[in-house]
Design a protein around this ligand. Structure first.
Ligand code: ARG
Length: 461
């Protein structure tokens, strides 16, 4: 059924109709469109536009349409331009011309904005759930690796020894900020557009406050022009999701690196890894790679909607129909990625022996030696210089810092004695980093406890 046509004297070109149609992707708005329809029927009855019997008939038919969608018996017709048209067409088929009264004082412009807001409000908590599950998996892994030391990197060069748990917790805190952003995005969507009609506001006497509460919104939007044309809530949601994807991508990169033979720290569970069609020895971290790749796609979704919005004059423009595919794509993608990452983290195994090998015999406690000299009163630039010479010596001799004797150390400064040698040990290096947020076993255990409380909804310690 066409919702317009009175002023046209020729039929729409069928190919063009297909070009303008959005039903192929906006059909998933049906639960929200039906909920809005029911609420609007109530508002129209209160305003005297519908009789109580008409209101009942319409609401009952909308319930049956819901059933049809759910058991997949709803049949679309070629002229169903979008989900709103399809629902109205079916409603009129069911209750007769009175069904058409539901369009009074309402426009697809305020309908689509309200439906989309309801979808965002529904789907954001699903993203939060996925984030929570992943945080819990990371926390569980951190809990059973509190004694595992690994090389920490800057510039992907071995830098300082850290606890693996400390690194895993870094991701837990990133995802915590993501939870906040996703919740904020939900809050942005929580403003009801219905009652804005095409853009100037509905001519029917409706109580928009009441309507908002009925639909689960905290408030109606305060300006009808803004209501139908604003999609910044879509961008807020896409940004929050993009940030989740960026964090997932970084975690993926870490997993990919740690799974390589060169690191050899992790092995993926067979159920969450893939092989090669030609190289029989391969076990590939495709899940992590795909998550990393999909982050590009979601960032693209955000950029697409920002670009769609940037030149739009007030109020509604059909360009806005293009917001839906990126939004739906990002929501689906992030939900799938969160699940796959959670399973990957939960099932991977760690090679503790290899972690020890990677940490031992290196140069990663050079900073500790400089700190030692600084503690003895030497100015840090001088200490840095001296330790640089110690490092050059180690490289030439093919030794690690902990292989040095007191004698060897003493050649570089009279301050370097047997106590300095102790400062070079990995255990001491970690233990000294007990500042808030540092990598000492005690402090990392405290962070872990704090993160556990944070994720379970309690105030962090
Ligand atoms: N399907 C459209 C959208 O997603 C809503 C229809 C508004 N069309 C119109 N001609 N006013 O934005």
């Amino acid at each position: 059924m066409k919702m317009w046509g009175g002023r046209f004297s020729r039929e729409t070109n069928p190919g063009f109709l297909e070009f303008t149609s959005s039903v192929g992707f906006d059909a998933r708005l049906y639960p929200y469109d039906l909920a809005c329809g029911k609420a609007w029927a109530g508002a129209l009855r209160l305003a005297g536009v519908l009789s109580p019997a008409e209101e009942d008939d319409i609401k009952e038919a909308l319930g049956r349409i819901d059933e049809e969608f759910r058991n997949e018996s709803f049949e679309f017709e070629p002229a169903d331009e979008d989900i709103h048209t399809a629902v109205e067409r079916r409603l009129v088929e069911m209750v007769g011309p009175a069904g058409g009264k539901l369009r009074t004082g309402r426009s697809r412009n305020d309908q689509v904005a309200t439906d989309t807001r309801l979808l965002v409000m529904d789907r954001c908590p699903v993203v939060t759930e996925g984030l929570r599950a992943l945080q819990e998996a990371l926390i569980a892994r951190a809990g059973d690796t509190l004694d595992v030391v690994v090389p920490g990197h800057t510039h992907l060069q071995q830098a300082q020894p850290v606890l693996l748990a400390h690194l895993l917790l870094a991701f837990v805190y990133m995802f915590e900020r993501d939870v906040q952003r996703v919740e904020e995005a939900r809050g942005r969507a929580d403003s009801m557009t219905l009652g804005s009609a095409a853009f100037a506001g509905t001519g029917v006497d409706v109580d928009r406050e009441l309507l908002a509460r009925e639909l689960g919104f905290s408030r109606p939007c305060p300006n009808s022009v803004d209501g139908v044309s604003d999609r910044d809530f879509v961008c807020d949601t896409l940004y929050a999701i993009s940030m989740v994807m960026v964090h997932l991508s970084r975690l993926s990169e870490q997993v990919v690196l740690w799974c390589s033979q060169e690191f050899g720290l992790l092995e993926l569970d067979d159920r969450w890894a893939t092989g090669s069609s030609i190289m029989p020895q391969k076990k590939n971290p495709d899940a992590a790679e795909l998550v990393r790749g999909k982050s590009g796609r979601v960032i693209g979704d955000l950029v697409a909607v920002l670009t769609i919005l940037k030149g739009l004059p007030l109020a509604y423009n059909r360009d806005l129909q293009e917001d839906k595919e990126p939004l739906f794509d990002a929501l689906d993608t992030v939900t799938g990625c969160l699940h796959v990452m959670e399973r990957t983290i939960d099932t991977m195994s760690l090679d503790r022996e290899r972690a020890r090998e990677l940490v031992e015999g290196g140069l990663m406690t050079a900073t500790d030696l400089a700190d030692f000299l600084a503690e003895k009163g030497m100015e840090f630039p001088r200490a840095h210089e001296i330790v640089g010479q110690v490092v050059t010596y180690c490289l030439r001799e093919g030794k690690g810092l902990t292989d040095l004797t007191t004698d060897e150390l003493g050649r570089f400064s009279a301050l370097l004695d047997s106590e300095a040698l102790r400062w070079l040990s990995v255990e001491e290096s970690l233990a000294r980093r007990g500042c808030l947020g540092g990598t000492s076993p005690r402090e990392t255990a405290r962070q872990l406890e704090s993160a556990r409380r944070m994720v379970s909804g309690h105030k962090p310690l």
